[in-house]
Design a protein around this ligand. Structure first.
Ligand SMILES: O=P(O)(O)OC[C@H]1O[C@H](O[C@H]2O[C@H](CO)[C@@H](O)[C@H](O)[C@H]2O)[C@H](O)[C@@H](O)[C@@H]1O
Length: 267
């Protein structure tokens, strides 16, 4: 893994940026700083302005664990694609298989509510995103104990969910649901991009990093020993600098967002 802002990291970017580059980003912890209250997460105005500029040069996608209903109001700009629920919502015809994921999430919610009535877990909060669930434990007095208890509860759920850990959160997703890597591959195909850039900060973003496709440059926010990403930036605060680098490269290449300029914008 390379520090993105070194000569080697920037050379890798320069090498990976064709005129038709799809730029995709995770939201929480990547575009928006992590805050203790999930409802308070917001895009900093400077990042929003850079994304507006980037949109003129390349298609932009936000691929988030949040639901579409939740994320839409937080963006304040209009990306070409918004993918929600870790890859379930937002790709073409996504609704076709979504009923199964909705049913599973609803079952888990009911089962967890019953289990938590029997043994409440202080500081734990369930976020119902319709097609997946997030169980937050940031406010738990003992995070390690909360993690242990929650994992034991998840082991009792039917159908068994895919449990993906995050920042003081467990995400429960149907085993057959598409993940962020599937969604990005779908968008590359749909847009006809020659390459993609993906920036993420968390375990669900590893589904993209693990693709290891030569046409995807992956960057993890905060270096991590177990990541499959190519490069890292030290913190979320560096996202504006990263966006500025990408914009400057695309400008030098005379790139244009081919979806917008050709007047065609696939749904
Ligand atoms: O895929 P992402 O866009 O990174 O979404 C991942 C989860 O983000 C949210 O939770 C996380 O961010 C909160 C706000 O900063 C923070 O309070 C929480 O502790 C984090 O886990 C969101 O609430 C979840 O639904 C997303 O799955």
């Amino acid at each position: 893994m390379t520090d993105f802002f070194t000569e080697a990291g920037l050379a890798r970017l320069a090498h990976s940026v064709p005129r038709r580059l799809l730029c995709a980003f995770d939201f929480d912890g990547t575009l928006a700083p992590i805050v203790s209250e999930p409802d308070a997460a917001a895009l900093p105005p400077a990042v929003q302005a850079l994304l507006q500029r980037l949109l003129e040069l390349a298609p932009v996608a936000v691929i988030t664990g949040r639901s579409l209903q939740d994320i839409d109001a937080r963006l304040g700009f209009d990306p070409d694609f918004v993918i929600g629920n870790h890859g379930i919502e937002g790709t073409p015809n996504w609704q076709e298989s979504a009923a199964m994921f909705r049913r599973a999430a609803q079952n888990w919610r009911e089962q967890l509510s019953t289990l938590l009535e029997q043994g409440p877990l202080p500081g734990c909060r369930l976020e119902d995103k319709a097609y997946s669930l997030s169980v937050h434990y940031r406010e738990a007095p003992d995070a390690v104990a909360a993690e242990r208890t929650l994992r034991a509860l998840f082991a009792r759920l039917d159908p068994p969910p895919r449990v993906v850990a995050g920042k003081f959160v467990f995400n429960l997703v149907h085993d057959d649901a598409p993940h962020k890597g599937d969604a990005l591959e779908r968008l590359i195909e749909l847009t006809g991009a020659e390459a993609a850039l993906y920036v993420g900060d968390d375990v669900t973003d590893e589904d993209v990093f693990r693709l290891q496709r030569p046409d995807i440059l992956s960057i993890r926010v905060e270096p991590h020993a177990d990541t499959a990403a190519h490069a890292w930036i030290a913190s979320q605060r560096d996202i504006a600098r990263l966006l500025a680098q990408v914009i400057s490269l695309l400008e030098r290449q005379g790139a244009r967002n081919w979806l917008r300029h050709a007047g065609k914008h696939p749904e």
